[in-house]
Design a protein around this ligand. Structure first.
Ligand code: ADP
Ligand code: MG
Length: 736
């Protein structure tokens, strides 16, 4: 009588598994935390509240829970965790698991020793369990570690908490018998490995197949993504399917855009749990600082907007006039996303109206600190772009606080001039987790040429541009913190040209009449600059335009001036290659040159006629803009094609996935039927393969000593038939 009973138990146990998976999926779907939200910020669940299904369509909340037992995870895993002594979750586990169990990509950072290992082992086991992964499915997850020792530790954790799951796991690390690994590697569901060893298998092991990979994990991701492993990681990732879940964990946030692009992360959840960072800025906020020379700021902003046409972007500029100019000019260039602006002159009602529109649809809002103050972006925005450096750290926090509200994720980017790098230190001192990065200039689209054409065409834009220029320079001049803001280091001619202005406007307070007082050609050594900085501190009178102040500013600018021939020498001596210096001679030439004939040099140093790049194509002024329209249309079409392409790809992927699932189901059905038909079948049966497929946990550990691995292969905790039956019965009785 025993055998029929065991068959029945097996069928029931399978049904129980299917039911459990269905329940878990519904439960997870029901309580999915908002993308970008931090479960840590939710109040903890009451200790005695029910867990799992509450009634027909209601399930218990798991975002915000504190115990592993409250999570929507399988009973197998709950048992494994409990037996390994894990009860309460650590912060990184609480913050990341509700997201990762819902299938999201994760970028998690928490101090060493904070429990990151379980934060990725749990979702790996559950993902495969819910997919009913079996030996025949091959490699379902790869967990990469930078060192053998760490890989070994991870393997240990996996074995202990995953012992009730039926997965095979392999440890692929250097220093062991490679050939023996080769024999097993294709039968492993979970591979824990170092990048070098994995790549070796990918390259040389016949039939090594990762095409069904479900989850990729990088532990100590910052180390794996750094230069040492770059080649290996690139080669590995290029062979993995893009449609997968990716989990990155490290002690520091690794958010370099390039790294993420390499790993094809999809809207990852940024999870940082260190106390200090939570205190200063929301931890769902990804904060980047990039170095942008003043004359490339608009190019960078334009390129940024063009690259984020589906977002809500809040752009901060220093002055009202800049806001108006950039808004007007960019509007005429039609980036393909609605542009709006908020400035101090607007009535509150209008501001609210604009704000409302901004929150409701993808668009770009240009604003100053003053006009945005007091307005609450209750839904948060996707991006805060600080084109101009904030006055101080408090203003920085205020600005980025506009994004990443409680229920949303946010990103921010701050453009800093080379002379403003001190601001980065200030932010870091205040424990604000900013990431400094060099911008990707490959995709930088230049707009200064287009702006020059616009300014020539729309006459009323020119005064706007001039005022934008003047007010910006003045705002820097008026800044109190001279360690960060140094008007003398602004490349003002280049800046003016970058706004499309044919010549640099006169700055009233930069009186140039005494310009020749300076010793011609005297080089300025770097140490002189800080010494002179003191001069431009505003006087207590606060009247910044006082004659004496002007003199001092002038003095400073002049100190870098040279006669023509010494220009290069002086700049070299200055060691500030991005800083161009006002020259008297240049001003004279500019004064007599008609508007719109700025001299441009080509790559060989020959002068080109005004707007040569566009004139090249032999168009008139209006033709220019037609050409531009055509280009825009092309760009739009390209975008459109891209989206369609993407849709097609998705569809194709979906179809292939459905096909795969069908095949798998067919296989499993056949297997189940075979099992049901075969009364004599049991685990001691002759079919060795099906034995492995069905019940056992095969752990292959290449670390174990030389003797035959097959022995070591079934290394851990195989549950006997009797134990299985007992477990299934327990499971069944617990369901009633
Ligand atoms: P990290 O990877 O962040 O450095 P680990 O995952 O190695 O941290 O965990 C550090 C230690 O904390 C390990 O000994 C681990 O067993 C223990 N640990 C992890 N999570 C928990 C938990 N929820 N409860 C108790 N101990 C835990
Ligand atoms: Mg770790």
């Amino acid at each position: 009588m025993k055998k029929p009973k065991s068959k029945q138990v097996r069928i029931q146990s399978r049904n129980t598994e299917v039911q459990e998976i269905q329940l878990l999926e519904k439960w997870i779907e029901f309580g999915k935390p908002e993308s970008g939200s931090n479960p840590l910020s939710l109040p903890p669940l009451p200790a005695k509240s029910p867990i799992g299904r509450i009634d027909e369509n209601t399930y218990s909340q798991y975002a915000g829970c504190t115990k592993f037992q409250q999570l929507p995870i399988s009973k197998n895993l709950k048992d494994g965790l409990r037996q390994a002594g894990y009860k309460n979750m650590t912060n990184i586990q609480r913050a990341s698991l509700p997201h990762s169990l819902s299938g999201r990509d994760i970028l998690g950072a928490a101090k060493t020793g904070s429990g990151k290992t379980l934060a990725f082992i749990i979702p790996v086991l559950e993902k495969l369990y819910k997919a009913r992964w079996g030996l025949e499915d091959g490699v379902g997850s790869i967990i990469m570690s930078p060192t053998r020792e760490l890989a070994d530790q991870l393997f240990g954790v996996l074995k202990s908490v995953g012992k009730h799951h039926g997965f095979s796991a392999g440890l692929l690390i250097g220093g062991h018998e490679y050939d023996e690994e080769k024999d097993h590697v294709n039968r492993m569901n979970i591979l824990i490995c170092t990048p070098g060893r994995l790549l070796k298998h990918m390259d040389t092991t016949p039939n090594f197949d990762c095409s069904q990979l479900q989850v990729l994990v990088l532990d100590e991701a910052d180390r794996i993504l750094d230069a040492g492993f770059k080649k290996e990681v690139n080669a590995i990732v290029s062979q993995l399917p893009k449609h997968r879940q990716t989990l990155l964990f490290s002690a520091t946030q690794t958010k370099s855009v390039k790294d993420l692009a390499r790993l094809s992360l999809k809207d990852p959840e940024y999870i940082a749990v260190d106390e200090e960072s939570i205190a200063a800025t929301p931890n769902r906020l990804q904060q980047k600082v990039i170095l942008v020379p003043l004359d490339q700021k608009l190019d960078m902003l334009w390129s940024f907007i063009k690259a984020h046409l589906n977002s809500r972007i809040l752009v901060f500029l220093s002055t009202c006039k800049q806001v108006r100019f950039v808004h007007e000019a960019f509007k005429k260039l039609r980036p393909g996303i609605p542009l709006k602006c908020l400035h101090g002159r607007m009535k509150q009602v209008k501001r609210m109206f604009i704000l409302q529109q901004f929150v409701e649809q993808r668009s770009v809002l240009f604003s100053t600190d003053v006009s945005s103050r007091g307005l609450d972006f209750n839904k948060g925005v996707d991006w805060v772009v600080q084109v101009d450096c904030p006055d101080d750290v408090a203003t920085y926090i205020h600005r980025v606080g506009r994004t990443a509200r409680y229920d949303s994720i946010g990103r921010s980017v701050l453009f800093l001039l080379p002379s403003e790098m001190k601001m980065l230190e200030r932010l870091q001192e205040k424990k604000i987790p900013v990431e400094f990065d060099k911008p990707n200039t490959k995709r930088l689209q230049s707009v200064s040429g287009l702006l020059a054409a616009l300014l020539a065409k729309y006459k009323d834009l020119q005064p706007l541009a001039q005022r934008a220029f003047k007010t910006y320079v003045k705002s820097i001049y008026k800044q109190k913190d001279k360690e960060i803001f140094d008007v003398t280091k602004l490349p003002i001619d280049d800046f003016s040209a970058s706004l499309g202005l044919p010549m640099t406007p006169q700055l009233r307070y930069l009186n140039r009449k005494d310009i020749d007082k300076n010793t011609p050609g005297e080089p300025v050594s770097v140490p002189q600059i800080p010494a002179k900085k003191d001069f431009i501190r505003p006087k207590p009178s606060n009247d910044l335009l006082e004659e004496s102040d002007d003199e001092e500013i002038l003095d400073l600018l002049r100190s870098k001036e040279t006669t023509d021939g010494d220009d290069a020498k002086a700049i070299a001596a200055d060691n500030l290659p991005t800083t161009r210096v006002l020259k008297k001679k240049k001003l004279k030439i500019n004064v007599h040159r008609p508007v719109g004939t700025r001299v441009v040099f080509d790559e060989e140093g020959n002068t080109l006629p005004p707007l040569a790049r566009l004139a090249d194509i032999g168009t008139t002024d209006s033709g220019l803009l037609d050409k531009q329209k055509v280009m825009e249309r092309f760009a739009e079409l390209r975008e459109e094609m891209k989206t369609r392409d993407q849709e097609d790809k998705l569809l194709d992927r979906k179809r292939r996935k459905e096909k795969r699932i069908k095949e798998k189901e067919k296989y499993k059905r056949a297997r189940n039927e075979e099992e049901e038909d075969d009364d004599e079948d049991d685990f001691s049966g002759s079919d060795k393969d099906s034995k492995k497929v069905k019940g056992s946990k095969v752990y292959f550990d290449s670390d174990s000593d030389g003797d035959m691995k097959d022995k070591a292969a079934i290394k851990t905790d195989e549950i006997s038939l009797a134990e299985q039956e007992e477990l299934a019965l327990k499971l069944l009785s617990s369901m009633h």
